[in-house]
Design a protein around this ligand. Structure first.
Ligand code: 26Q
Length: 833
């Protein structure tokens, strides 16, 4: 018998039940005998929260006493998912609680399912932030997260009978949230608009006054480390009016005006922006500035409150302001928090009386910037007039930073200083990536290839100017606690048994998985391995049946693509491949069909509400599914599902069930990808392009264990040039693809011509190279089929893949940030409160 991890809280089952029942009576004001699952969840959560609080307090007290250098992770998104299961696992109390709720007549899995996801993020960037918090606490690193407490997280996705995506609000706080602690005493006044008057004392200082003031209120979320008492904090800001409403307007009879200011204050943190990779509506049918002011206000509100909080903590420690970078490192998660750079300049110059140079030295030793994309349309740019209006003082500072940069550049004999200017264009816009770069100590990308592209494309001129040593790479990682132990408990147990080490050892040093390699040769082990995959498929099928009422066959290969819907991720390539397979099946004789590998293809993912082409892609998938799944000629061999409302919790069911997953972005477009790591960790094989972290996964697991296809990054630009200046009709270039497109146009999947704009993106510029990669994609899918038919060989690949995923633990990634960038060290926390 191995321990389920060191218990950081000492408790027996009786104490657990007592505590749960206590919460039923006193916190929920209910009786234990007529409790439902939701009540049981709430009481269990409150009970677990008591335990978290003890560790959280000890941790924060230890930090205050020891005053270590701390790191702050500024992210507009934290895609946390559910908390209860994770909290119990990290506390080492899962077994006790499972027994405890059972004694009260409940099933732990049902109880866990009652919790709503905290979905304060769009996708990869937000989930990465969540994994990094888990790893920071687990590595006992003094790291806090700062974000916004959106009232509504990412929208809920519904699919209409026509297959269209519909968006509904996500009122995740409706059932109240046991995981947050309101800190109504921790507040800051945040100013917008008004005027900035420079003092004419030659210091460059200014006074910013007037305008609107909004209150930032702190809510703290406890982040428990795994197998340690170390419990970090995620501080989320809520916006509130400074006073309930404007009494002057009210008394003057202007009731609407009286509540208007109050509404506009609350609006700042009311909803997460559902766009990823597009800073404006992609089809440009919506004016570029539409809705942008609120986003800018979100960004400033959050960075200003976070910096004020960091500054207050720093000052309470009684240090000299010049020591700021010795005690504070701030990581900018993409350019969204870039306003923190001019904001810290403002604080240091206007409030702390430092000179420009003193302030700039502090700033450029405090910030670190991670880039998450090189797609041009995703790079943030803010119109100068908008910043001037909302943040007049910051616009002055940005101009000053720009001017100083230009002077420096000129003295460094940089060839074309225009390129590095970050206030450019007509109308003038501020390029946030340039500002983030120049104001940071280090800049990194999120996978080797991507970091290379950052240095050779978007920030090329800064490499020339500031030297290559400013630039680096930290390949993303994922937490093996959630993405293996929690989502795939059977596989986790088999691994522990096989490695003959405690679970807490390999979950904290994931390279230990290599010990599984010899067992790939062990037939009995392979049988257990594949039986677990089979049960995970049945678990998924059961989930789909209970939530959607669909019956899915489980005696087939499960082929999964789950991620935000975007042209660069090429869900279109996948669906066109499915249609190609469908017609191939229809042509087969019964004899031929017998040799076919059965496939169930799953898609899930949300489209940005204004992203017309992405929404059409969903519609096409849903309608193709309708035809294929009903066709008696093919339905035994090919099934297709679009699962609505993709979420962290849905991913936790889908990923362990996958035989193969698709990560098929046009080469050079996917910065890293992180679900690729999750699938491989769970023994799913990877079908992908030579892009992002796929490349490093292949390096680890061996090229013979992944399925690569498609053109490579250096070819992409040339191919696009060819499309533009030497177009070849698809009929000539790729007849099988032309056939598929024509079938869609002919209405085989209904739609009455609605898909034409989507098909035209391929027929016309084909920016994402569907026509160039289709043949090799189809050929590779066939290789996958063939490989799957050799069951034993496939399981070996699966085992070897899991065994070699150690590098992709977010523990490794967070340690790289801590050591090479932030210069922070672990602080051990005494157990037992
Ligand atoms: C920006 C301005 C205005 C409105 C929205 C945005 C915005 C919001 C979210 C822009 C981008 C995002 C999200 C980007 C994202 O998730 N990127 C992904 O980050 C992952 C973690 O590094 C990578 O693995 C993925 O490759 C990358 O696409």
């Amino acid at each position: 018998v191995w321990r389920d991890g060191m218990r950081t809280v000492d408790k027996d089952v009786q104490a657990v039940t007592r505590s749960i029942v206590g919460h039923v009576q006193t916190s929920l004001a209910r009786q234990a005998y007529n409790l439902d699952n939701l009540g049981a969840y709430q009481a269990a959560a409150l009970s677990a929260r008591d335990d978290l609080l003890v560790n959280w307090n000890t941790t924060q007290l230890t930090f205050t006493r020891k005053q270590p250098k701390r790191a702050y992770y500024l992210s507009l998104e934290f895609l946390m998912g559910r908390t209860l299961d994770n909290a119990l696992l990290n506390l080492g109390l899962k077994d006790k609680f499972t027994d405890g709720v059972q004694k009260l007549g409940f099933n732990m899995e049902d109880v866990i399912e009652q919790e709503r996801d905290a979905a304060l993020g769009n996708g990869g960037l937000g989930r990465l932030a969540a994994c990094y918090l888990d790893s920071s606490a687990s590595q006992e690193l003094p790291v806090w997260g700062y974000g916004l407490r959106y009232k509504y997280g990412i929208f809920q996705q519904l699919i209409s009978p026509q297959g269209e995506q519909l968006e509904a609000p996500d009122p995740w706080l409706d059932n109240q949230n046991p995981w947050e602690l309101p800190r109504l005493d921790v507040t800051y006044d945040i100013r917008f608009y008004g005027r900035a008057d420079r003092l004419d004392d030659g210091t460059g200082r200014a006074v910013w006054h007037g305008g609107q003031e909004v209150l930032a209120v702190a809510y703290d979320v406890m982040i428990p480390g795994y197998d340690t008492a170390s419990t970090n904090n995620l501080r989320l800001w809520e916006s509130k009016p400074q006073r309930g409403f404007d009494l002057n307007s009210f008394n003057a009879g202007n009731y609407e005006g009286a509540v208007e200011a109050s509404n506009s204050a609350s609006a700042i943190t009311s909803v997460l922006y559902p766009n990823d990779h597009t800073t404006c509506a992609p089809n440009r049918s919506i004016p570029i500035h539409f809705g942008k002011e609120l986003r800018l206000k979100q960004q400033y509100f959050w960075t200003a409150a976070s910096l004020a909080d960091i500054m207050r903590r720093f000052k309470n420690a009684g240090k000299n302001i010049r020591e700021f970078p010795d005690f504070v490192a701030i990581q900018l998660n993409d350019t969204h928090p870039t306003l923190a750079i001019p904001e810290l300049m403002r604080i240091l110059i206007d409030d702390e009386d430092l000179t420009w140079d003193q302030a700039w030295t502090i700033v450029t030793n405090t910030f670190f910037y991670t880039n998450h994309t090189v797609l041009p349309e995703a790079l943030e740019k803010w119109p100068v007039p908008l910043i001037e209006n909302v943040l007049p003082r910051h616009m002055q500072i940005i101009y000053d930073i720009s001017m100083n940069g230009q002077v420096l550049l000129a003295s460094n004999h940089v060839s074309d200083i225009q390129l590095t200017a970050f206030v450019e264009g007509q109308p003038k816009q501020v390029r946030m990536a340039h500002l983030a770069c120049i104001g940071s100590r280090k800049v990194n990308g999120v996978a080797e290839l991507h970091s290379e592209l950052v240095q050779t494309t978007i920030l090329k001129d800064f490499v020339e100017f500031e030297g290559v040593s400013k630039f680096g790479n930290v390949t993303n990682g994922i937490t093996p606690r959630r993405w293996l132990d929690q989502c795939n408990p059977e596989l986790s147990a088999l691994i522990t048994k096989t490695l003959k080490i405690e679970k807490s050892v390999w979950l904290k040093d994931l390279t230990k998985l290599e010990g599984l390699l010899p067992f790939a040769e062990d037939k009995a082990f392979r049988a257990q391995w594949s039986a677990i995959k089979q049960r995970n498929k049945e678990r998924l099928a059961h989930h789909v049946q209970t939530t959607l009422g669909l019956i899915i066959r489980t005696d087939a290969m499960f082929d999964v693509q789950i991620k935000r819907i975007h042209e660069y991720k090429r869900q279109t390539l996948n669906i066109l491949g499915v249609i190609h397979r469908y017609f191939a099946l229809k042509k087969m004789t019964p004899e031929e069909k017998k040799k076919v590998n059965r496939r169930v293809v799953f898609f899930a993912g949300k489209a940005a509400p204004a992203y017309y082409i992405a929404k059409l892609t969903i519609r096409l998938i849903v309608n193709v599914a309708r035809v294929i799944n009903a066709d008696p000629d093919t339905k035994e061999y090919l099934q297709l599902y679009f699962l609505p409302d993709y979420s962290v919790s849905l991913a936790e069911v889908l990923i362990p069930a996958s035989d193969i997953s698709q990560h098929i972005s046009t080469a050079g477009t996917e910065a890293s990808g992180t679900s690729n790591m999750k699938f491989c960790l769970n023994g799913g094989l990877l079908l992908g392009t030579v892009d992002g972290a796929n490349i490093e996964i292949a390096e680890e697991v061996g090229e013979n264990n992944v399925f690569f296809f498609g053109h490579l990054t250096p070819a992409v630009e040339d191919l696009r040039y060819q499309h533009l200046y030497h177009p070849v009709p698809i009929e000539e270039k790729c007849p099988p693809l032309a056939f598929v497109l024509n079938q869609i146009s002919a209405g085989v999947f209904g739609g009455d011509g609605v898909y034409e704009p989507l098909l035209n993106t391929i027929r016309q510029s084909d920016y994402y190279l569907i026509t160039d990669d289709f043949d090799s994609y189809i050929a590779t899918l066939e290789m996958v089929d063939e490989a799957y038919l050799d069951k034993e060989e496939w399981i070996k690949k699966s085992i070897r893949t899991t065994a070699k995923m150690g590098k992709f633990s977010s523990d490794r990634a967070i340690n790289e940030y801590a050591e090479s960038y932030w210069n922070i060290e672990p602080v051990s926390i005494p157990t037992g409160g």
